[in-house]
Design a binder for this molecule. Sequence first.
Ligand code: SPD
Length: 287
Amino acid sequence: MAFWYNEIFNQQSRFGLKSTAKLFEGNSEFQKIEVLDTIAFGRVLAIDEIFMTSEKDEHFYHEMLVHPALTTAPRIDRVLVIGGGDGGTVREVLSYPEVQQVTMVEIDPLVVEVSQRFLPTIGTAWEDPRLQVLYQNGVDYVRDAAVEPFDIVLLDGSDPVGPSTGLFTEAFYRGCHRLLAKDGVFALQSESPILQRSTFLEIGQTLSGIFSEVHPYFGPVPIYASGSWSWTYTTHSVDHLEFDEQRMSRTEQRCKYYNRDIHRAAFTLPNDLKPIFKNGKVTIEDK
Ligand code: SPD
């Protein structure tokens, strides 16, 4: 018997998916993990009753998190991914032959185990020898790891509740900055610019105290609150609109959503954000 599975957001809105089966439900030491079979989006991963990813819309989120940074950074040899336990982000990163090493730091082994079992079309790069998966809290890793700098740091976490709360703090962003090469790019998911506007703005404001340039960008993720999502690209020196032509032309041929026109359009600011994000600087008077 089909049933509705709802994500209730801040007790203010809800998004429901008609589901035909619950394929998995379990609790790790950190969170509740579920996999549903849904009519509209195929298999869906939910954590603490928040939609994380689905077979049919995951490409919007993963392509947009990864490719703006990887098509523009001067070097992409070493990449750090914090979170991303479903495997979609590292799959996109490892599509670049230039990438030599990817370190993925995921707090919850059960997310990876469940994703490998139930979402094999999302995590298709688990066996890539360039990938190292560490099960550790990302906050501790970026504070303590004694490693060579990374060319790219990507944050693929959940909303700022439960184990992800620490991923929205200045201390965490400073840790990412510590591990990033001087001419590197840090890109992160930065919540809905509509329903989580104050979180989205706070992320930009905090990053602007650490990095020289902060550029939010936007796109659809149909199963997330409001469907309208943001990511933020932050750097000291990289031009976010200047492509490595070879990387871009290969990437836009293989992606379902991302291409150079989407890239440019995604960084276009709506009128109400123009006074806040000017030339990579952030000025917030009223959230
Ligand atoms: N509102 C949900 C935000 C989740 C962002 N990360 C999802 C993980 C996909 N790899």
